[in-house]
Design a protein around this ligand. Structure first.
Ligand code: HEC
Length: 106
């Protein structure tokens, strides 16, 4: 019985940790879709031409993006500039994926 409770407790704590990694604003976002859109649209490829390494240094070097809303706004701006034709949920998903990996707003 004692062991069973430990397993349940570990599960609950684990779930808590997983949820804590994402900002509430992006809780409903499809991160897998976001990752796919980032790959399909060669976002990193262009960023790597600008900065060295894996391109992630392009994300928030100056702390300009200081909130999840600003991050989503930036993705929307790129969408418009690059004519990517994202739907609002695509923008949301891409911003969520970038947040998980780089910006880490919680
Ligand atoms: C044609 C090249 C190019 C492509 C393609 C591109 N980007 Fe960018 N991106 C840039 C450049 C250059 C900057 C830096 C702009 C600056 O510092 O003013 C940037 C900056 C950004 C930033 C803001 C960084 C920060 O925190 O200040 C985000 C977010 C971003 N890009 C997301 C994306 C996403 C998502 C995609 C793909 C859907 C994408 N970009 C595709 C060139 C590109």
């Amino acid at each position: 019985m004692y062991k069973l409770w430990l397993i349940v407790l570990a599960g609950v704590l684990g779930m808590g940790a997983a949820f804590a990694q994402q900002h509430p604003m992006f809780q409903d976002a499809d991160v897998a879709l976001g990752e796919k859109l980032i790959a399909d649209n060669k976002c990193e490829a262009c960023h790597i031409r600008r900065v060295a390494g894996d391109g992630s240094a392009i994300y928030n070097p100056k702390g300009r993006i200081n909130s999840p809303g600003a991050l989503r706004g930036m993705v929307e701006y790129c969408n418009t500039e690059l004519n990517l034709g994202f739907f609002p949920e695509d923008t949301h998903a891409v911003a969520a994926a970038l947040n998980l990996r780089h910006y880490k707003f919680r």
